[in-house]
Design a protein around this ligand. Structure first.
Ligand code: HEC
Ligand code: HEC
Ligand code: HEC
Ligand code: HEC
Ligand code: HEC
Ligand code: HEC
Length: 339
């Protein structure tokens, strides 16, 4: 009770105490020490702008690519394990890492060959990302021969034949063909352009001067400065329209355009004649049917090899420009072997 009263008296006194007016402000304190300069952060977009600038280079290249067979073709839908490595972008990126011929699984949402297939786009996010995804020498699927076409190895990884199963050996045993699709598949260019991997029956095989004289092979001829919207550059084709061929890459060596034209016509006609002759022989022997498919059954190594050589030259599509001497010899010796 006494304590309570004393507390109440204390509170009453305290609430009566009044504060005086505030005093004058004191003098300013001394300035503090300056902070040290920090290290500047990276400009978030500087490395991007080496490619994503306003030069329109990407745009031009993208347009050319859009007009290419790589972009316009529909074979990227061949996404199963044995096809996706060459026909889809994701499959290609997988097999160049694993070194296998097939992908592990079918590729979902398949893309056709595009910027990400051939370049390291968005790996380091620097200009180095224009580097090519794959330039190591290529072990040909059909023969195991290792070829080195420099930057052309990128193209050769896909533009090479598949190995027919079973593969005949020169002088070897008969083989059994169990499927009408038997053969080296399409896109046989690497074998012809490198001059190795055919069924080399007989002798006399030689290569065109092109094989050793043209560094980077495919890339040098096919990616020459594009001609409008017809060919070259990232369109990558060289023939266009009704039999026109872009020859910008040829003229440094073949200085006379008329002589070059004659040379091209001559080798084209010669190979077409030999191909027709071999085609007729294969049908006569019975290993090829009227629709140019293989006929199931047991055949000699030379008969199967002749069919393979026929398709290697047929699907090279260069009319003798890639390697005329080699293509010619494959056809001539195949015809001789079927006599
Ligand atoms: C080596 C050149 C290069 C560099 C460096 C680069 N890019 Fe790209 N970028 C490309 C190419 C090529 C494409 C795909 C083609 C297209 O769509 O134009 C692309 C596409 C893109 C796209 C469209 C979406 C896509 O994935 O297709 C975006 C967004 C993008 N880049 C952002 C960036 C950013 C952000 C950086 C920097 C951190 C960067 N890029 C650095 C070349 C580059
Ligand atoms: C990832 C595999 C792949 C790579 C790498 C590749 N190509 Fe192709 N290329 C193809 C496929 C598949 C086609 C057929 C596309 C279609 O019709 O759907 C094709 C088509 C072409 C065509 C058109 C053929 C025609 O008959 O019209 C040319 C030309 C060509 N490629 C050149 C090249 C060159 C040159 C390179 C290297 C710089 C290259 N390719 C790299 C897979 C590839
Ligand atoms: C070693 C690489 C490779 C493999 C594996 C491969 N292809 Fe191809 N294929 C090509 C290339 C390259 C072309 C384009 C050739 C050209 O245009 O000269 C092509 C062309 C084609 C074409 C178009 C033919 C035409 O009439 O022009 C079809 C269809 C095709 N391939 C189906 C398949 C199928 C199905 C598989 C799997 C069973 C397969 N390919 C596996 C490389 C390959
Ligand atoms: C089939 C393969 C292929 C495809 C698809 C492809 N490129 Fe290329 N690209 C090449 C090759 C090969 C070169 C020549 C490289 C050399 O000579 O060093 C090249 C060169 C370039 C260059 C010049 C690089 C440099 O070093 O200055 C640019 C830029 C470029 N490509 C952009 C693109 C873009 C953008 C796309 C997609 C629209 C694309 N490429 C698609 C194969 C390809
Ligand atoms: C000496 C230059 C040269 C070299 C090297 C070369 N090509 Fe060709 N290629 C040509 C010419 C020219 C044609 C067209 C011939 C014609 O239509 O009469 C052609 C045709 C083709 C075709 C048919 C579509 C088209 O463009 O007409 C493909 C696909 C092809 N070459 C791919 C390749 C590949 C892949 C390589 C490397 C393994 C290669 N080429 C090496 C000059 C070359
Ligand atoms: C680096 C030099 C060089 C380039 C580039 C070149 N050639 Fe040749 N070409 C030669 C030589 C050397 C020969 C053999 C001598 C001759 O017959 O003129 C030859 C031969 C030929 C032949 C005869 C068949 C053969 O291979 O022996 C044809 C056809 C041909 N070239 C077409 C072309 C075409 C088309 C191009 C461009 C797409 C081209 N060449 C680019 C050097 C070259």
């Amino acid at each position: 009770m006494l304590l309570t009263i004393m507390l109440m008296i204390g509170l009453a006194f305290a609430s009566c105490t009044k504060e005086g007016p505030a005093g004058l402000p004191g003098a300013d304190g001394k300035d503090g020490k300056d902070g040290e300069d920090g290290i500047n952060g990276l400009d978030g977009t500087a490395t991007c702008a080496v490619c994503h600038d306003d030069s329109e280079v990407n745009f031009a290249i993208t347009r050319h690519w859009e007009m290419s067979q790589h972009a316009m073709g529909n074979t990227y839908l061949r996404n199963s394990t044995s096809c996706a490595g060459c026909h889809t972008s994701q499959g290609f990126r997988e097999i160049i890492l694993t070194g296998e011929g097939n992908t592990e699984m079918a590729i979902s949402n398949p893309n056709p060959p595009n910027c990400y297939t051939c370049h390291n786009v968005h790996q380091d996010y620097t200009i180095d990302d224009w580097g090519l995804s794959h330039v190591a020498p290529v072990a040909l699927r059909i023969s195991g021969d290792v070829i080195d076409l420099g930057k052309g190895n990128l193209c050769a990884t896909c533009h090479q034949p598949r190995q027919p199963s079973p593969m005949p050996e020169v002088g070897g045993a008969d083989i059994a063909i169990g499927n009408f699709r038997y053969g080296p598949h399409y896109g046989t260019q690497a074998v012809i352009a490198a001059g190795t991997g055919g069924y080399e029956v007989g002798d006399g095989y030689t290569n065109s001067a092109h094989v050793n004289m043209i560094g980077n092979s495919c890339v040098t001829c096919h990616m020459v400065e594009n001609s409008g919207e017809n060919a070259g550059g990232h369109m990558m084709n060289l023939s266009y329209g009704e039999g026109s061929v872009l020859t910008t890459s040829c003229t440094s060596c073949h200085t006379n355009p008329e002589t070059l034209q004659t040379l091209m016509t001559d080798v084209k006609e010669d190979l077409a004649t030999l191909l027709a002759e071999l085609n007729a022989k294969l049908k006569e022997v019975g290993i090829m049917d009227e629709a140019n498919y293989a006929v199931e059954g047991t055949w000699t190594a030379d008969q199967a090899g002749a069919l393979i050589n026929h398709n290697l030259v047929k699907y090279d599509h260069s009319n003798g420009v890639h390697n005329y001497p080699y293509a010619k010899k494959l056809l001539e010796n195949s015809i001789a072997a079927l006599q």
